[in-house]
Write a protein that binds this ligand. Structure first.
Ligand SMILES: Nc1ncnc2c1ncn2[C@@H]1O[C@H](COP(=O)(O)OP(=O)(O)OP(=O)(O)O)[C@@H](O)[C@H]1O
Ligand SMILES: [Mg+2]
Length: 355
């Protein structure tokens, strides 16, 4: 298949490139400043004449010189929190966000519906390629969290930073203002698959998948059709391109919804219980498609009650409780050896759950 080069993408995203340039400069300056300070400290330790200090400085230098950066990243993001329960403060996390390939940074996110505070301060750094399973009881705020991430719900408070750029503009009162054009751009980059598919009933499967590229990305009809067919083929539904949703099974409708999300080529895909309204025999085909996406290294957040699937699929599991992230770690730890009593009680309810 011929690849179409789209050089105008550079011009269209000039604001992002400029913002990125600013962030890169900021990071470079911060990185140099931290490096100089640390270097000075290590030099002072080696000149101190005290053996413990000299050895510590030597060990530190040798360790960093001889280990790849990937190991350092794992240490800061997994090692520190796991070994010492230490999560980095916001500034360090923001610096790390740029240095360590964080694609989405969520800071102190709150959402209130009237008197009910549903999200009570969510801090989360999503790294590129991570697959995060979100668990929690009904009403814990899982759907609200996903909906806030692409501003289908407007957060009451807090910040979203996508690829180093803040979403929305802060107002004097501390809230954030979101412009419609920006939200459309955001939703193209953060795609969502819903529990009840939400396909347009009057359009065919092909029409549903073409809609976003046509109306949001401004693609030509031929190009949108080409993309749509490619994605329908990918979810195994090329032969259903002309069928309307009412003629498709739940599993097929959900696969069309996944193709529709993929057609926008999002950086992050959000799934809100994508299989929970399906008959049990249709669950597998949808989970199969989602699983295939992990091979591409796509960043995904998945709210699910399919714990067995979450265990194999996710690189990280969050447990949400009363609007806060109560537990956050690798599937092995959160699902098999949860630290929190609440998580344990939640997992105990899934008696028929096998890994
Ligand atoms: N639009 C809304 N208006 C008022 N309250 C809402 C709204 N959306 C959600 N809520 C409330 O927020 C709380 C969290 O809802 P949410 O849908 O995020 O939970 P959930 O964890 O996804 O639950 P479930 O597992 O049942 O889907 C619930 O108490 C719900 O009633
Ligand atoms: Mg929900």
């Amino acid at each position: 298949m011929a690849y179409v080069w789209d050089f105008y993408a550079v011009a269209r995203n000039a604001d992002l490139l400029l913002a990125g340039l600013g962030q890169t400069l900021l990071l470079s300056v911060c990185g140099i400043a931290v490096g100089v300070a640390l270097g000075g400290l290590l030099a002072a330790m080696r000149l101190s004449g005290r053996r413990p200090l000299i050895w510590t400085a030597l060990a530190f230098t040798e360790f960093y010189r001889n280990t790849p950066p990937l190991v350092h990243f794992f240490w800061f993001f997994y090692g520190l929190p796991m070994a010492f329960g230490l999560t980095l403060p916001p500034f360090a996390a923001a610096l790390a966000a740029l240095a360590h390939d964080v694609v989405l940074q969520v800071e102190d996110l709150h959402k209130r519906f009237g008197a009910t505070e549903v999200l009570r301060g969510i801090d989360l750094a999503v790294r590129r390629g991570e697959r995060i399973a979100i668990l929690g009881s009904s009403g814990s705020g899982k759907s609200t969290l996903l909906r806030c991430l692409n501003v289908l719900e407007t957060p009451t408070k807090g910040r979203l930073i996508l690829d180093g750029t803040m979403v929305g503009a802060p107002t004097a009162g501390g809230a954030t203002r979101y412009r419609e054009a920006e939200l459309n751009r955001l939703r193209a980059r953060v795609g969502m698959v819903f529990q009840h598919f939400n396909l347009f009933p009057h359009m065919t499967a092909l029409g549903n998948v073409m809609e976003g590229p046509l109306s949001v990305l401004g693609r030509s009809k031929a190009e949108a059709q080409d993309t749509a067919l490619r994605h329908l083929t990918r979810v195994g539904l090329a032969d259903k391109a002309d069928a309307h949703p009412a003629r498709l099974s739940g599993g097929q409708q959900q696969r069309v919804a996944i193709a529709r999300a993929l057609a926008m080529d999002p950086e992050i895909l959000l799934f809100d219980e994508p299989t929970s309204s399906l008959d049990p025999e249709l669950v597998g085909e949808v989970l199969g498609v989602i699983n295939d996406l992990s091979a591409e290294g796509r960043t995904m957040l998945l709210v699910t009650h399919e714990l067995g699937f979450a265990y194999h699929f996710a690189t990280r599991v969050l447990f949400l409780h009363e609007g806060r992230i109560l537990e956050d770690g690798p599937p092995e730890q959160v699902l098999k050896a949860p630290r929190e009593e609440r998580t344990r009680r939640f997992l105990d309810r899934f008696t028929a759950f096998r890994f």
